[in-house]
Design a protein around this ligand. Structure first.
Ligand SMILES: *[C@@H]1O[C@H](CO)[C@@H](O)[C@H](O)[C@H]1NC(C)=O
Ligand SMILES: *[C@@H]1O[C@H](CO)[C@@H](O)[C@H](O)[C@H]1NC(C)=O
Ligand SMILES: *[C@@H]1O[C@H](CO)[C@@H](O)[C@H](O)[C@H]1NC(C)=O
Ligand SMILES: *[C@@H]1O[C@H](CO)[C@@H](O)[C@H](O)[C@H]1NC(C)=O
Ligand SMILES: *[C@@H]1O[C@H](CO)[C@@H](O)[C@H](O)[C@H]1NC(C)=O
Ligand SMILES: *[C@@H]1O[C@H](CO)[C@@H](O)[C@H](O)[C@H]1NC(C)=O
Ligand SMILES: *[C@@H]1O[C@H](CO)[C@@H](O)[C@H](O)[C@H]1NC(C)=O
Ligand SMILES: *[C@@H]1O[C@H](CO)[C@@H](O)[C@H](O)[C@H]1NC(C)=O
Ligand SMILES: *[C@@H]1O[C@H](CO)[C@@H](O)[C@H](O)[C@H]1NC(C)=O
Ligand SMILES: *[C@@H]1O[C@H](CO)[C@@H](O)[C@H](O)[C@H]1NC(C)=O
Ligand SMILES: *[C@@H]1O[C@H](CO)[C@@H](O)[C@H](O)[C@H]1NC(C)=O
Ligand SMILES: *[C@@H]1O[C@H](CO)[C@@H](O)[C@H](O)[C@H]1NC(C)=O
Length: 722
C-alpha cells in the first residue's frame, strides 16, 4: 500500500534527522510512527491521512502544546500486526494509548512501562500473547489498564499492586494462571477489577477487603479454591460481585449481608456448602442472586422476603430442604424464580400468586406436595412454568387458564387430577407441553388444536379421553409427541400428514383406529409406538394393511358431501382404476391423474408407484411431497386435500388446477396468443414467489429439480401453481 509519496517522506525524514539535530524529537515521533505503520500486515484506510512530517495532525494522534505526542487512539482501526516496531521511547509524554479492538498480536513490549505519564492503556480485544510486563507497576499514573480479551498467559505480576492510582483493571478473558498476589490489596483506588475468564488458581486474598472504592469485582470463571474471605464484607461500595464457576468451598460468609450497595451477586457453580445466611435479607438493593449449582443445605431464609428489589432468584441444583417460605410472596419485583433440583417439601405457598411479574417459575424436581394453588392464575406473564417431578396432587386449578403466554408447561410426574388447562396455547407461544405421568382426565386442551408453535408434547400415562380425529390440529414444528397410555379413540386426522418435522411419535395403548398417514414418523415407527390400539392399519411394522378404501380427508370434503369411502370409489371409477388415459403427468415416483367427479369438481391424484424394489425411495419421495405441501397456505402452491392408503393404492389428493400445464399452453398457438405480457409477468411473479418459498422452507432436492413448464399449472386467472 506504500505510496511513492510515503517513500519520499521517509527519505526526507531520514535526511532531516541526520542533518538537523534541533528537530530530532519531532522527527523521532514521525519516523517511529511511520516505521510502525510500515511494519503492519494490514492497515486501515484512515492511515492515508498519515502524511506530512507533523504527526500531531494525523488521525488518531494528539500532541501537547510543544508538539510532543500525548495521545495515540487507534481503537477499531482494523490493524493487524505487532508492536515490535513501535519504539515507545519516542513518546515520553504519552498519556493515552488505545489500540483496542484490532487484530494485533505478539508480545506487549516491556518498555511501555517507561511511559510514566500514561493514564490510559488499552490493548483489549486483540490477539496479544505472552506475559503482562513484569514491571507494569511502574506505570504509576495509570488510571485504566485494559488488556482484556487477548491470549495473555503467565501470572499476574506482583507489581500490579503498585498501580495505586488505577481505577479500572480489565484483564478478563485471557489465559492468566497462578494465584492472585495478596499485594493486589494495595490497589487503593480501584473501582472495577475484572479478572474473570482466566485460569487463576489459589485462594481469593483477604487483602481484597482493602478495596474501599471497589464497585465491580469479577473473579468468575477461573479455578479459584478455598473459601470466600469474610473480609469481602468490608467492600461497602460494591455493586457487582461475581465469583461463579470456580472451585470455591466452605460456607457463604454472613458478612456478605453488609454489602448494602450490592446489586448483582453471582456465586453459581462452585462447591459452596452450609446454609444461606439470613443476613442476605439486608441487601435491599439486590437485583440478582444466583447461588445455583452448589451444595447448599438448610432452609431458604424467611428474611429473603425483604429483598424488595430482587428480580432474579436462582437457588436451583443445591440440597436445600424445608418448605418454600410464605415470605417469598413479598418479593413482588421477581421476574425469575428457580428453585428446581433441591429437597424442598411442603406445599407451594399461596402467596406465590403475589408475584405477578414472574415470567419463569421453576420448582421442578423437589418433594413438594399438596395442590397447585389457585393463585398461580395471577401469574399471567409466565412463559415457563415447571413443577415436574414432585408429589403435587389434587386438580389442576381452572385459574391456570389465565396463563395464556406459556412457552413451556411441565407438570409431568406428579399425582395431579382434573383437566389439562384449555388455554395453554391460547397466546400461540407454546413449544413444550409435558403433563405425562399424572391422573389427568378429560379431552386434549382446546387451544392445542391450532397450536402451530408446538415442538414437543408429552401427554402419555394419563386418562385423557377424546376422539383424536377432532382434537388433532396442524403442527408444522412438531418434532416429538407421546400420547400413549390414554383413552384416546377415533381415526388419525389427515393433519398428521402435515407434521412435516415429526421425527418421533408414540400412540400405543389407546383405542385408535383407521389408516396411519404415509409419513416417515409412522412408516418407520417401531411396533411399540403403535401397538395396543383398536384397529390401526397401514404400511408400518406390525400393522395390518388397511383392508379397503381408507382415505383421510380434510374437513372440506364433508362440506362437499364426500366421505373417504365414497371418494375412494368415485376416484377409482372416474380414473377407471388409474387407467393411463387419465394420466396427465409422469414423475419418477408417481403418476399424476385427473379425475372429474360427478359433482363436477376436479381433483388431481398423485399415485405412489407400487414398484417393490424402490418402495422405500418412493415412500421418501411421497413423504417429501407431503412435507412440501404441508404449509399449504402459499397461494402459488397447490392444495393437499388428503390421502388414501391401502394395500392396492396409495395416493395424495390435490386441488385440480383448471388450465393445462404452461407447456401445453405454450405449444398451442391460440392459447399462447392469449398469454399476453401482463399474464406472463403474473406467471413469472407467482413462480418466483412459490420457488423462493419452497427453497426457503422445503429442503427436499426432489422439489427443486422438477420445476419446468411441464409442472407449472395455470388456473383460469392465469395464476401459476407449482
Ligand atoms: C531518537 O533520538 C535519540 C536522541 O535524542 C536517539 O538516541 C535515538 O536513536 C533516536 N531514535 C530514533 C528511532 O531515531
Ligand atoms: C485521546 O483521544 C481519545 C479519542 O479521540 C479521547 O477520547 C481522549 O480524551 C484523548 N485523551 C487525551 C488525553 O487527549
Ligand atoms: C526504561 O527506563 C529504564 C530506567 O528507568 C531504563 O533502564 C531502560 O533502559 C528503559 N527502557 C528502554 C527500553 O529504554
Ligand atoms: C489469534 O491467534 C491465533 C493463533 O495464535 C489464531 O488462531 C486466531 O485466529 C487469532 N485470532 C484473531 C482474532 O486474530
Ligand atoms: C512497588 O513500588 C515500590 C516503591 O516505588 C518499590 O520499592 C517496589 O519494588 C515496587 N514493587 C514491585 C513489585 O515492583
Ligand atoms: C491495606 O491498605 C493499607 C493502606 O491502605 C496498606 O497499608 C496495607 O498494606 C493494605 N493491606 C494489604 C494486605 O495489602
Ligand atoms: C402480597 O401482596 C400484598 C400487597 O399487594 C402484601 O400486602 C402481602 O403481604 C403479600 N403477601 C405475602 C404473603 O407476601
Ligand atoms: C413489574 O415489572 C414492571 C416492569 O416490567 C415494573 O415497572 C414494576 O414495578 C414491576 N412490579 C413490581 C411489583 O415490582
Ligand atoms: C390472586 O389469586 C387469588 C386466588 O385466586 C385471588 O383471590 C386474588 O384476587 C388474586 N390477586 C390478584 C392480584 O389477581
Ligand atoms: C384468573 O381466572 C379466574 C377464573 O378462572 C378469574 O376470575 C380471574 O379474574 C383471573 N385472574 C386474572 C389475573 O386474570
Ligand atoms: C387459535 O384459535 C383461537 C380461536 O379460534 C384464536 O383466538 C387463537 O389466536 C388461535 N391461535 C393460534 C396460534 O392461531
Ligand atoms: C423443521 O426442521 C428444520 C430442521 O431442524 C428447521 O430448520 C425448520 O425450521 C423446521 N420447521 C418448522 C416449521 O418448525
Amino acid at each position: 500500500m506504500a505510496s511513492p509519496l510515503f517513500f519520499l517522506l521517509l527519505l526526507q525524514s531520514f535526511l532531516v534527522s541526520t542533518s538537523a539535530s534541533s528537530t530530532t524529537s519531532l522527527l523521532n515521533q514521525t519516523e517511529t510512527l511511520l516505521k510502525w505503520r510500515a511494519s503492519l500486515d494490514s492497515q486501515s484506510q484512515s492511515f492515508s491521512s498519515w502524511v506530512g512530517d507533523n504527526p500531531c495532525n494525523w488521525v488518531g494522534i494528539a500532541c501537547d502544546r510543544l508538539g510532543s505526542v500525548t495521545n495515540i487512539s487507534l481503537s477499531n482501526f482494523g490493524l493487524k500486526g505487532t508492536l515490535d516496531n513501535l519504539n515507545f521511547m519516542a513518546f515520553p509524554n504519552l498519556i493515552h494509548f488505545d489500540l483496542g479492538k484490532n487484530s494485533l498480536y505478539g508480545a506487549i513490549p516491556s518498555d511501555i512501562v517507561n511511559l510514566s505519564k500514561l493514564t490510559f492503556f488499552s490493548l483489549s480485544a486483540n490477539n496479544f500473547s505472552g506475559n503482562i510486563p513484569k514491571d507494569i507497576g511502574r506505570l504509576s499514573s495509570l488510571a485504566v489498564l485494559a488488556l482484556a480479551m487477548n491470549q495473555l498467559s503467565g501470572s499476574l505480576p506482583v507489581s500490579v499492586g503498585n498501580l495505586s492510582n488505577c481505577q479500572h483493571i480489565w484483564l478478563y478473558s485471557n489465559k492468566l494462571s497462578g494465584s492472585i498476589p495478596s499485594e493486589i490489596g494495595r490497589l487503593s483506588s480501584v473501582i472495577d477489577l475484572h479478572l474473570g475468564g482466566n485460569s487463576l488458581t489459589g485462594t481469593i486474598p483477604a487483602s481484597i477487603g482493602n478495596f474501599s472504592n471497589l464497585k465491580y469485582l469479577y473473579l468468575s470463571t477461573n479455578q479459584l479454591s478455598g473459601s470466600i474471605p469474610s473480609e469481602i464484607g468490608r467492600l461497602s461500595s460494591l455493586n457487582v460481585l461475581t465469583l461463579h464457576e470456580n472451585q470455591l468451598s466452605g460456607s457463604i460468609p454472613s458478612e456478605i449481608g453488609r454489602l448494602s450497595s450490592l446489586n448483582f451477586l453471582d456465586l453459581h457453580h462452585n462447591q459452596l456448602s452450609g446454609s444461606i445466611p439470613p443476613e442476605l435479607g439486608m441487601i435491599r438493593n439486590l437485583n440478582t442472586l444466583d447461588f445455583s449449582r452448589n451444595s447448599l443445605t438448610g432452609m431458604i431464609p424467611k428474611a429473603m422476603g425483604n429483598l424488595s428489589h430482587l428480580g432474579f432468584l436462582y437457588l436451583y441444583t443445591n440440597e436445600l430442604s424445608g418448605s418454600i417460605p410464605r415470605e417469598i410472596g413479598m418479593i413482588q419485583s421477581l421476574f425469575h424464580l428457580e428453585l428446581l433440583e433441591n429437597n424442598l417439601i411442603g406445599v407451594i405457598p399461596t402467596s406465590i400468586g403475589n408475584l405477578t411479574n414472574l415470567t419463569i417459575l421453576n420448582l421442578g424436581d423437589n418433594k413438594l406436595s399438596g395442590p397447585i394453588p389457585a393463585s398461580i392464575g395471577n401469574l399471567t406473564r409466565l412463559t415457563l412454568l415447571q413443577l415436574r417431578n414432585n408429589s403435587l396432587s389434587g386438580p389442576i386449578p381452572v385459574e391456570m387458564n389465565n396463563l395464556t403466554v406459556l412457552e413451556s408447561l411441565q407438570l409431568n410426574d406428579n399425582q395431579l387430577t382434573g383437566r389439562v388447562p384449555d388455554n395453554v396455547c391460547l397466546g400461540g407461544s407454546l413449544k413444550y407441553l409435558a403433563v405425562r405421568g399424572n391422573h389427568l382426565t378429560g379431552p386434549i386442551p382446546r387451544s392445542l388444536r391450532n397450536c402451530t408453535s408446538l415442538y414437543r408434547a408429552r401427554l402419555e400415562e394419563n386418562q385423557l379421553e377424546e376422539n383424536i380425529s377432532e382434537a388433532f390440529g396442524i403442527y408444522p414444528s412438531l418434532d416429538f409427541i407421546d400420547l400413549s397410555d390414554n383413552k384416546l379413540y377415533g381415526e388419525l386426522s389427515p393433519n398428521w400428514g402435515l407434521c412435516q418435522n415429526l421425527t418421533s411419535l408414540m400412540i400405543s395403548n389407546n383405542k385408535l383406529e383407521g389408516p396411519i398417514p404415509p409419513i416417515k414418523a409412522f412408516l418407520l415407527a417401531p411396533f411399540d409406538a403403535l401397538k395396543n390400539n383398536k384397529g390401526l392399519c397401514g404400511n408400518a411394522i406390525g400393522l395390518l394393511h388397511c383392508v379397503s378404501e381408507e382415505c383421510q380427508l380434510q374437513d372440506i370434503f364433508a362440506i362437499w358431501g364426500y366421505d373417504g369411502k365414497i371418494l375412494y370409489e368415485n376416484i377409482l371409477e372416474a380414473t377407471e382404476q388409474f387407467n393411463s388415459n387419465y394420466c396427465i403427468g409422469l414423475r419418477g415416483y408417481g403418476n399424476i391423474y385427473k379425475a372429474a367427479l360427478t359433482t363436477g369438481r376436479g381433483f388431481a391424484m398423485k399415485k405412489l408407484n407400487p414398484s417393490d424394489d424402490n418402495q422405500s425411495i418412493n415412500l421418501r419421495a411421497f413423504e417429501s411431497e407431503i412435507h412440501a405441501l404441508a404449509e399449504r397456505r402459499h397461494h402459488n402452491i397447490v392444495k393437499l386435500y388428503g390421502f388414501c392408503s391401502n394395500a392396492e393404492y396409495s395416493f395424495l389428493i390435490y386441488e385440480f388446477v383448471e388450465r393445462w400445464s404452461l407447456r401445453t399452453i405454450l405449444s398451442n398457438p391460440e392459447e399462447a396468443a392469449e398469454l399476453d405480457w401482463d399474464k406472463r409477468l403474473n406467471i413469472a411473479e407467482g413462480l418466483v414467489s412459490a420457488l423462493s418459498y419452497m427453497r426457503h422452507d422445503c429442503p427436499s432436492p426432489i422439489i427443486h429439480c422438477e420445476i419446468s413448464s411441464n409442472n407449472v399449472l395455470l388456473d383460469l386467472d392465469y395464476e401459476a401453481h407449482v
